[in-house]
Ligand binder design. Structure first.
Ligand SMILES: [Zn+2]
Length: 272
């Protein structure tokens, strides 16, 4: 399942293709937006933004809201290139003079007025979005210091989008490793220094994953591991999916656990 960095990268691709352009052709076969072609056709694409796992495309007077859930996917191609065959169900096709953007398989699609965005039930409950390129450290630190979350274990808290938006499963393991924190710690047990470590790691790890297309280890280490013959999947993380292998930092074995049916990997020695 795509996490914040992947959704923000998809938004960046859509933005480059659509923003400032006029919609010249549109198809809206999906039930929640059926017969709404007139709201897009001939209108300018004002902005494309990701908010955690939701995509918001402001066109004319409306905002197209979509949440990909498990299966949804946006594709972008030039109008001159051929459409790829797919078994996925088309939800909306937006065409400009130069590009075609298609959303497939998503089930959560709505048209909103711009003022409705912040009140949308999904958007309204989101915490600061750590995959947002413009997010600063302060709002993240405020969440980490918020007593409302104090009793929660870090392993559960990090997947709660009302705490920090944009964090999914691989980021949870990697953020905790970079912060040097054991996943079973409760937020209120953190010292002031550890609070800073967690906030800094949440922001830096997610932003690095965005910049490096899902790779969370630093570039020098990644390049070295690839030179040694490791695949991208084997080299991309410090701990996630590396259970039974040795920690890059202390050489002890990475520990594996499952929480709420989702994997979490960590180093018992480096994460205290
Ligand atoms: Zn270690």
């Amino acid at each position: 399942m795509p996490e914040g960095p992947e959704i923000h990268r998809a938004a960046s691709t859509l933005r480059k293709a659509l923003e400032g352009q006029i919609i010249t052709n549109v198809e809206c076969p999906y039930q929640t937006i059926r017969n709404q072609e007139h709201r897009f056709l001939g209108k300018e694409v004002i902005s494309v933004k990701a908010r955690s796992k939701a995509m918001l495309i402001h066109i004319g007077d409306d905002v197209l809201y979509s949440h990909n859930q498990l299966y949804g996917r946006w594709t972008v191609r030039k109008t001159t290139s051929k459409e790829r065959k797919t078994n996925r169900s088309l939800r909306i096709k937006l065409q400009t003079e130069s590009h075609v953007a298609c959303l497939y398989s998503a089930t959560d699609i709505e048209l909103l007025e711009p003022w409705e965005i912040e009140q949308h039930p999904y958007i309204a409950r989101l915490g600061p979005d750590v995959a947002d390129q413009e997010l600063q450290l302060q709002p993240v630190l405020e969440q980490v210091q918020n007593p409302k979350f104090g009793g929660r274990q870090l392993c559960h808290l990090l997947l709660d989008q009302s705490f920090l938006a944009g964090v999914g499963n691989y980021l949870r393991s990697e953020i905790l490793f970079n912060a040097g924190l054991n996943p079973h710690r409760r937020l209120k047990s953190l010292t002031t220094a550890e609070q800073s470590q967690l906030a800094e790691s949440a922001l830096a790890t997610t932003q690095l994953a965005y910049a490096q297309k899902g790779v969370t280890v630093d570039k020098d280490l990644y390049d070295l591991l690839r030179e040694q013959g490791l695949s991208r999947g084997q080299a991309r993380h410090y701990v996630f999916t590396r259970d039974g292998l040795s920690c890059h930092q202390c050489q002890r074995l990475i520990t594996h656990t499952r929480l709420s049916g989702r994997r979490l990997d960590y180093c018992e020695h480096c994460q205290v």
